[in-house]
Design a protein around this ligand. Structure first.
Ligand SMILES: Cc1ncc(COP(=O)(O)O)c(C=O)c1O
Length: 413
């Protein structure tokens, strides 16, 4: 996919880098919007409601674009739920898919009125015992997993996520004894699904479970829709997926007389290709067998290559259109050997000061960024629908980041 709309305007990218500096995340609002609309149109005539998994990119301005397209949010921490509320999302459109939630987080979520999606028997028991709770959703482990890497396969039977399949009847009964109805069931089998048929298979498992739950109002099939990162990767066809999944949904709807809503909650598919990370080369280093392009970013800004061996296409923006006849490895500025952003890439001959784009970085880029090596996280710019760029987060100066750190550490100078 290679962030097509952004890469098509190298002059715009160069200007943004000149104005806002690098490293800089750049997002394209119109592409995010258009992808939301593609999803919204996919399941014609069926009660499918879309959620966006905000863990993929939770910049408030990006959230606002997606919220304005009518999407609810899936959140995976109380902080994400709170952020959703604070940017104006309605509590009944916020799902909190918990994972080792604390009592305090549970109380706060109940108080906030968001929909709790509970992923363990023991947490369900604690929730059901609360005086003021009447209903919730539960996350099921369907024993079918998928994903672009073993670390993001969440649906396999050995993963930490979801209530064990054979425990579901007991869990529902236990909740019922406390007067709590299970009104929703949920799976999320993994991120970057490689075989869409695994998702439809897991959907069948969930639908089967749902058949014995009388109070069900919503069935959530999770996210995980992949995008092509590499040339030759087949794009995920939402149309084809909807064609395969629709008969399952229709059948269930008919069985229940229409009183049901279906959810999906993708993150990556919506935002990944609509964002890229701009970085400037400051060191060209021939190490004999490998020529490194050293950049002003690293795995503290884009963790995916180091964490999952993920591939992000790299473009030399300064030399857009020139012949890519040199081979480089793109290295980050973090003090670790593993801080390699891209290996053995063909680029035009590249010099210090030139601008590179790490493509398809709109998802799990900035949200996974950290201050490792005590460095700042990048600035972010959102290009509005009319083409106007807007700074939506500003990188801290070295002085500011160190002062904040000292203050947070209660260190008195
Ligand atoms: C519970 C849950 N839902 C949805 C998602 C979104 O996944 P993706 O960005 O691959 O669509 C995730 C991410 O792994 C998740 O943990």
């Amino acid at each position: 996919m290679f962030s097509p709309k952004l890469i098509a305007s190298p002059d715009t990218l160069s200007n943004l880098a000149a104005v806002y500096g690098t490293p800089l995340y750049v997002y394209d609002s119109s592409m995010i919007r258009q992808r939301c609309q593609t999803l919204a149109a996919a399941f014609k005539g069926l009660p499918v409601k879309w959620l966006y998994a905000i863990k993929a990119n939770d910049n408030p301005h990006v959230l606002k674009v997606i919220k304005d397209e009518g999407f609810g949010f899936d959140t995976v921490s109380f902080e994400e739920a709170l952020l959703s509320l604070k940017i104006g999302q309605r509590p009944e459109k916020i799902f909190y898919t918990e994972n080792n939630m604390t009592d305090e987080e549970m109380f706060a979520a109940v108080e906030a009125g968001v929909i709790l999606n509970i992923g363990s028997y023991s947490r369900l028991e604690q929730f059901a015992r609360l005086k003021n709770t009447r209903e919730c959703s539960i996350r099921v482990n369907p024993q079918i997993g998928d994903g672009h890497h073993a670390k993001v396969d969440t649906g396999n039977r050995d993963s930490k996520f979801g209530i064990r399949l054979d425990l579901i009847p007991a869990a529902v009964e236990m909740a019922g004894e406390h007067g709590v109805k299970i009104t929703g069931i949920h799976i999320h089998i993994g991120s970057g699904i490689q075989k869409p048929e695994n998702l439809t298979q897991a959907m069948k498992v969930l639908l089967d479970i749902g058949r014995v739950l009388p109070d069900l109002k919503r069935i959530n099939f999770g996210g995980g829709f992949p995008i092509p990162y590499k040339e030759g990767d087949a794009p995920f066809s939402i149309t084809r997926f909807a064609e395969a999944a629709s008969p399952l949904l229709k059948e269930e709807l008919d069985r229940r007389g229409g009183d049901l809503v279906f959810h999906f909650e993708p993150g990556r598919w919506i935002v990944a290709p609509a964002g890229l990370l701009l970085t400037r080369v400051n060191t060209v280093k021939d190490q004999g067998r490998i020529t490194f392009l050293g950049t002003d970013t690293g795995f503290n800004h884009l963790l995916r290559p180091a964490m999952y061996e993920s591939y992000h296409a790299v473009v030399n923006v300064t030399r857009a259109g020139e012949e890519a006849d040199k081979t480089y490895t793109i290295a980050g500025n973090i003090c670790e050997t593993g801080d390699i952003l891209a290996e053995d890439r063909k680029l035009p001959e590249t010099s210090n000061g030139e601008l590179l784009a790490l493509c398809d970085a709109g998802a799990y880029g900035m949200t996974m960024a950290s201050n490792y090596n005590r460095r700042s996280v990048p600035s972010e710019v959102l290009i509005a629908d009319d083409g106007t760029p807007k700074l939506i987060r500003e990188r801290e100066t070295a002085e500011a980041i160190v002062d904040r750190f000292l203050k947070e550490s209660f260190f008195v100078k």
